[in-house]
Ligand binder design. Structure first.
Ligand code: GRG
Length: 286
């Protein structure tokens, strides 16, 4: 089946679960739950949670509540990062996923609190995943530790700090790689490892899937930089096309996808979703 249809099917499962796990729109105090639902349920490719489910599938696990809870937890953490990234103090963006950003609709204070609440609910869902984990709660706890590291100051938040211009004297190519690895790559790796761990992966498979996710995250971010090229406001940012030029950036993304695919060599057809996801990352237009 074509990848977009399989991704849409996984996204539907994830969105139904998100709808169940998020508090009802008008539950008090108003308007925090309305704004949380606005930022989570209004579009998005659901790539990270889909990769989590795909990694579990690659090691032979069926979708069950532990995986859905963890997948939604990861998506909520991703959504929090988008809401905060759009704030006037960060990228100051007016549109996200084709709609006005949270702070444009609800005001800055509520948008900050929306991000905070999504991050908190994300970890609540991961903790609930640990409570019902088929591999046992200890595996579930390991997942929480890994996701927390990936999202925090040594991962996504740290990458954002570097991206804001924290180390101007560093070698631009090295700095760029570190920003990408932390800001975007860390959550991809955490998502894939979470799916693999909750799905019962053995150490060798886990290592290969980690390599896959590292390369996929890098390719995703390079392509994101290329897609952003015509956005004037972002021209001053440290990006792969800005540092290496467009052809070299494209070649680096292709090389990363090749490495991601090689990491899956020993897996059977159960890993086909992950393989197709790697091709998709390279060809995506949004
Ligand atoms: C503010 C803590 C904090 C972190 C911000 C991840 C991040 C760091 C900011 C997001 C802004 C951004 C454009 C990052 C680069 C790549 C990226 C994460 C793009 C958005 O991800 P997609 O394309 O988005 O998967 P959808 O909307 O499909 O979920």
């Amino acid at each position: 089946m074509d990848f977009n249809r399989i991704l849409a099917e996984k996204a539907r499962l994830i969105e139904e679960a998100l709808d169940r796990y998020l508090p009802p729109e008008f539950a008090p105090p108003h308007p925090i739950h309305q704004s949380m639902r606005y930022s989570v349920l209004g579009g998005g490719k659901r790539l990270r949670p889909a990769l989590l489910l795909g990694a579990a599938e690659a090691v032979g696990a069926d979708v069950a509540e532990d995986l859905l809870l963890a997948a939604c937890g990861i998506e909520l953490i991703h959504c929090y990062s988008l809401v905060h990234d759009d704030l006037p103090a960060m990228d100051n963006d007016d549109f996200r996923r084709g709609r006005p950003t949270s702070h444009r609709v609800f005001g800055e204070a509520i948008a900050i609190l929306t991000g905070d609440a999504l991050l908190t609910l994300g970890f609540e869902l991961l903790a609930r995943a640990a409570l019902v984990a088929r591999q046992g709660s200890e595996v579930g706890l390991r997942v929480i530790v890994e996701v927390a590291r990936a999202a925090g100051s040594e991962g996504m938040v740290g990458g954002q700090v570097l991206d804001l211009g924290g180390s101007k004297n560093a070698d631009p190519a090295l700095l760029l790689e570190e920003i990408h690895r932390k800001k975007t790559g860390a959550l991809f790796v955490a998502a894939v490892r979470a799916g693999a761990l909750l799905g019962g992966a053995q150490e060798e498979a886990l290592q290969k899937l980690t390599l896959y996710a590292e390369e996929l995250g890098l390719a995703f971010q390079i392509v994101d930089d290329i897609l952003d090229l015509d956005e004037e406001a972002k021209l001053s940012k440290l990006t792969y096309p800005a540092v290496f030029g467009l052809p070299a950036a494209r070649a680096r993304a292709e090389e990363a996808v090749k490495k991601a695919l090689s990491a899956l060599d020993s897996f059977g057809p159960e890993a086909d979703f992950l393989r197709q996801a790697a091709e998709f990352v390279l060809s995506r237009k949004s």
